[in-house]
Design a protein around this ligand. Structure first.
Ligand code: GLY
Length: 581
């Protein structure tokens, strides 16, 4: 009885859903979508195209591009430029990121690295004071904190190589948003207020983010960004050359020269987005594709999946102490390797194949005592992680043909360096902080950082960004990613594990409480929702658990099931949106 009723109930609900959001359900869909209504968290459903991202206007621009006949890459580029207007804390022109694309035609994947590069004049000890301490203000909140931005090169490379629309078509919506203005949302008002002090310190940022009298824009007020509209229009008219050689470049260089920054006209002219093969591995019937170096994310997600594949995780129970113990111990092993081996592969020989080799993980699995925590100090000596910003942003896109885009990009900290290039409306990143500022010596947290990720001119700082796509039995199945600095890796890992190992739908996989362990400090960060009893059991095994107070990551995910697109925006931060039709 229940089996017979479910498809009918599902279709009825779907009609209500589509009606209430203005979607039109594609009547050619021949298979009803079967959802188990006993699940506590349900995804949003669409048939033809979907964009899941951190902000509504930009997500809807992505679907409107697809409705006009654009493909997922056109939508990804339009969404990326729109987020630079609507989501300034992490959407950007002045930062960098990674885009992973699954092309249904030819069943192939493409990875575009548009990570920032260190200016040629950057050097290993540039952020050290005379007494050897790190100058954190210069490292994070000065013009020297910025790497050469990669976003414009990356987006336009994606468009020109894999898109179908013109630059003018995909940039027009972002230009309109900047020119005509957007109503300030609760999330935007909150985000600007959180960084208000720093943004007010920079005269150009003060002009962009506050009214002429210095007061903040209230919720619902219209916020216009004429300088950013000019910048976007330059890119629309003249392409990447406007940014890297033309008038935008001139304004960036003028700001650098006026403020002791390092980025030169030559650095900008030399910037290139790079296509690299994504890292790929398997977990049971799933193929997992993710970001290669200079991201550490894909390598460690695959490494941890390899370690855990050998255990019956479902039998242990989701978020049971036994499962969280195994997860934690695998995370420790992977993050210890991260500090030792991961960096820009154009400067350092990164042993990717060895790290994601199942035989290596089988040896690592043997190091794990299933009943007892192994102290991090005994896993590997000396090397440790640089603390990374928890900001950045991700969006996922899919269409009915099974094309997918998983894009993570960033300014590093929320609003980057909080410095706007005068006359451009554009915030600069502070990605130089992702290098090891003081390799071989304890940093402000008493940790020691690896030489591989030292600052060098032209090098890309080590990242954790992990745009990921999972194929199931060879077909595109899940696109996901997250902000969160080093927590990106464990967030994406638990999301894909929830779906692959625990059969959760995409909404449930996004919502359940997460943990994070990054080897050092030797503690589990656990979100509210991990039971105190479980915490006690973990403590009895020798773990230190820091429970609650902080959320871990914020995923934006799409799953394809029976030809339907199921989307989920993580509720850990405000403003996320699933746009579908
Ligand atoms: N800036 C954050 C990351 O690249 O991981």
């Amino acid at each position: 009885m229940k089996r017979l009723q479910q498809p009918i109930i599902t279709l009825l609900t779907l009609c209500l859903l589509t009606a209430s959001t203005g979607w039109t359900r594609d009547t050619t869909a021949d298979e009803p979508l079967i959802i188990d209504f006993n699940e506590r968290f349900l995804p949003t459903v669409a048939r033809n195209g979907m964009v899941v991202g951190p902000e509504q206007l930009a997500a809807e621009i992505g679907t409107s591009i697809m409705r006009q006949g654009g493909n997922v890459v056109d939508a990804a580029v339009a969404t990326g430029f729109a987020l630079a207007v609507t989501y300034p804390r992490a959407g950007n022109l002045g930062g960098g990121g990674f885009m992973l694309i699954h092309l249904a035609e030819g069943n192939r994947q493409v990875f575009i690295d548009y990570r920032e590069t260190a200016p040629a004049a950057a050097s290993r000890d540039m952020f050290l004071l005379e007494d050897g301490k790190e100058d954190l203000m210069r490292e994070y909140f000065s013009l020297q904190a910025s790497g050469v931005p990669g976003t414009v090169a990356g987006m336009l490379h994606a468009l020109e190589t894999y898109g179908t629309m013109s630059r003018q078509q995909v940039l027009a919506p972002a230009i309109a948003l900047a020119e005509e203005g957007i109503p300030v949302s609760f999330a935007l008002n909150y985000e600007v207020a959180s960084r208000g002090k720093r943004l007010r310190d920079d005269p150009a940022a003060l002009r962009v983010f506050f009214k002429a009298d210095g007061s903040p824009y209230e919720i619902g007020e219209i916020w216009r960004q004429p300088d950013l509209a000019w910048t976007l229009r330059q890119i629309s008219d003249k392409g990447a050359a406007a940014f890297y050689q033309g008038e935008i470049a001139q304004r960036i260089v003028a700001a650098m020269e006026a403020g002791n920054g390092l980025i030169t006209a030559r650095d900008l002219a030399d910037y290139r987005a790079i296509e690299r093969p994504p890292v790929r591995g398997s977990f049971r019937e799933f193929e997992v594709l993710s970001a290669p170096p200079p991201s550490s994310g894909g390598v460690h997600i695959l490494q941890i999946l390899n370690i855990l594949e050998q255990d019956d995780l479902k039998e242990m129970g989701h978020n049971s102490a036994a499962y969280l113990h195994m997860l934690t111990e695998s995370m420790k092993l992977a993050y210890a390797d991260r500090s030792e081996y991961l960096a820009d592969p154009d400067f350092v020989d990164v042993p990717v194949a060895q790290l994601i080799d199942k035989a290596y993980s089988a040896r690592q699995r043997k190091l794990i005592n299933p009943h007892k925590a192994t102290p991090s100090s005994t896993i590997a000596p000396g090397q440790a992680l640089h603390p990374e910003s928890k900001d950045t942003t991700h969006y996922s896109i899919a269409d009915a043909k099974g094309n997918m885009v998983s894009n993570t990009y960033t300014l590093n900290a929320s609003f980057g360096s909080a410095i706007v290039v005068p006359g451009t409306g554009m915030l600069l990143n502070n990605e130089m902080g992702d290098f090891a500022a003081k390799p071989g010596h304890p940093n402000m947290f008493g940790l020691v950082q690896g030489e591989n990720n030292k600052i060098e001119g032209g090098k890309r700082p080590l990242s954790s960004m992990s745009p990921t796509i999972v194929l199931r039995d060879g077909a595109p199945w899940l696109a996901t990613g997250s902000p969160g600095g080093t927590r990106i890796i464990t967030t994406v890992l638990q999301t894909v594990l929830n779906a692959m190992a625990f059969d959760m739908n995409v909404a449930a996989a996004s919502i359940y409480a997460r943990i994070h362990h990054q080897w050092l400090p030797d503690e589990i960060l656990a979100e509210d929702g991990i039971s105190p009893d479980t915490v006690r059991l973990l403590e009895q095994m020798g773990h230190k658990v820091v429970l609650g107070g902080q959320t871990i990551g914020r995923t934006e995910s799409i799953m394809i099931k029976d030809g339907w697109l199921l989307g989920a925006t993580d509720t850990r931060r405000p403003g996320g949106w699933v746009a579908g039709y």
